[in-house]
Design a protein around this ligand. Structure first.
Ligand code: CP
Ligand code: NVA
Length: 306
């Protein structure tokens, strides 16, 4: 494992290695132990989109690991004025020990990895959100005691979250059921990946998808970059693609709920469901810190190939 660009690049063993280390780092953190696995190392964090959780958890995580993080807004970098990503990658590789990037096109992330020679971590693109799904899987195991064999249902837009949940949950050994409106399906490459699994289904009706689900997940109807379509999307999603009490009554009685946040209450999730499952949702947000620390130790630590 040299980068974290998308979850398709991981084996199941690599995925569980990250989750196991994340659990270990969380346990150490709770005891106030912060071993300096990344002493003297620097992570550059390039943001072309807004962030609360990703920015803060990476920055704090790097600090707890004995290193430092640099926040690099694309507005201030020469990237914003057209310097090619290929050149940026080659320059930053000479200063930094790793880069986390949040941007629009997945290709930019892949290009950084191709032209640079330091680990690249995808902090969200239009295509994927791998760090979030690592935190989700970690949280599922924490609350359910296991991952394999459980059923994950995602309902809503076939966006970066849907794409990465499909890949990550299948890779982890879960059954996956997705409900999206027609025209808002997950990415075609992801659906191709899912064809290799017989425990995957894609439907339009959330009531069908949620049956017997152990974990129910949704995300905003309009992601960053889709703001101009918000009204049009609202008409398509409203009243159907929402986690509410009625929908939850069709899932397993002890089903948990995950939301990557930020949430739009009364749109994709009701306040009632959100508050009933707030412990699970905010543990998921906390686990971004631990999961990403594990990723950084494995990619940037001195024993990264052991
Ligand atoms: N879930 C998530 O990635 O949150 P931010 O956009 O706040 O980083
Ligand atoms: N799908 C959302 C996730 C935000 C964390 C977006 O891309 O805006």
């Amino acid at each position: 494992m040299n980068h974290l660009l998308k979850l398709q690049d991981l084996t199941q063993d690599e995925l569980y290695k990250i989750l196991d280390l994340a659990d270990q780092l969380k346990a150490e953190h709770k005891q106030g132990i912060h071993k300096p696995y990344l002493q003297g190392k620097t992570l550059g964090m390039i943001f072309q989109k807004s962030s609360t959780r990703t920015r803060v958890s990476f920055e704090v995580g790097m600090y707890q690991l004995g290193g430092q993080a640099l926040f690099l807004s694309s507005q201030d970098l020469q990237i914003g004025r057209g310097e090619p990503i290929q050149d940026t990658a080659r320059v930053l590789s000479r200063y930094l020990d790793g880069i986390m990037i949040r941007t629009f096109a997945q290709k930019e992330v892949e290009d950084l990895a191709e032209y640079g020679d330091i680990p690249i971590i995808n902090g969200l693109t239009d295509y994927a959100h791998p760090c979030q799904i690592l935190a989700d899987l970690m949280t599922i195991r924490e609350f359910k005691g296991k991952i394999k064999g459980l059923k994950m249902c995602y309902l809503g837009d076939g966006n970066n979250m849907a794409n990465s949940l499909i890949v990550g949950c299948l890779l982890a050994g879960m059954k996956v059921s997705i409900a999206t409106p027609q025209g808002y399906e997950p990415n075609a490459q992801v659906l191709e990946y899912a064809k290799g699994y017989d425990c995957f289904e894609l439907v339009n009706d959330p009531k069908v998808a949620v049956k017997d689900a152990d974990v129910v997940i949704t995300d905003v109807w309009a992601s960053m970059g889709d703001e101009g379509e918000a009204e049009e999307r609202k008409k398509v999603f409203e009243g159907i693609y929402q986690i509410n009490d009625e929908l939850m009554s069709l899932a397993n009685p002890d089903a948990m709920v995950q939301h990557c946040l930020p949430a739009h209450r009364e749109e994709e999730i009701t306040t009632s469901v959100f508050e009933k499952h707030a412990d699970e949702i905010f543990e998921e947000a906390e686990n971004r810190l631990h999961a990403q620390k594990a990723v950084m130790v494995l990619l940037m630590g001195d024993n990264k190939n052991s």
